[in-house]
Design a protein around this ligand. Sequence first.
Ligand code: 13P
Length: 254
Amino acid sequence: MIKPIIVGNWKLNGNKIFIRNFFQLLNQFLNPYHKKCTTIITPPILYIPLIQKILFSDKKNFFLGSQNVDIHTFGPFTGEVSPCMLTDIGIKHVIIGHSERRFNHKESNTLIAKKFHILKENKLIPILCIGETKEEKINKKTKEICKKQIDIIFDICGAYAFDNSIIAYEPIWAIGSNHSAKPKEAQYISYFIRNYIKSKITHKIKNFFIQYGGSVTDKNAQELILQNDIDGFLVGGASLKIKEFTKIIEIANM
Ligand code: 13P
């Protein structure tokens, strides 16, 4: 039985007061629930040291992650954050390829694959977001899009790319829409992703997880997590609501 991974992606939200309240409650909550599921929160990066101070130190299955990384380790790259710096402050997990970065920041599949590569070189765990737009879904292009987003990672990072990594299948039409993919639909694509990756390698993949993301709530989490190929969630909006988020963690622990 795989241990689910629940990631709360805060995106560009939160402030010091919010963080103090949120983590005070999360600290209390996580105590009995830190065995069966791994929880990760990716706050805006500048708040990480503050959160590290607030957190109890014995949270073995709780991590803070980053929402982004640069492809360089140091140098004249204003505004960027390097993988070494993330390691330096104790970060292990990094989201890359989120559709908001693909669209708002024009990040290409190639750039994302380079980010994946530098994360692996620095022994960080990529959480690679992939998924189709509404139009691509209507045109039955979901598998083709996912394949393309996966192929470039293999091309740049080699056959072992997806060992010790996470893919978050996030259909773009489901993000922030209040309409998640139907559990069977999310399962169908997650199954496809897992098998497509298996078909491209000859070794037995290790520590590889597939998450679903896109309007996950405490109402739909149960049915989604029961699907065979969904190993956890990448949660946006609901990860900012402590009651809802802890309920999702509770569901993943059942
Ligand atoms: P929502 O859960 O708000 O739909 O966001 C999903 C997401 O983009 C997580 O990265």
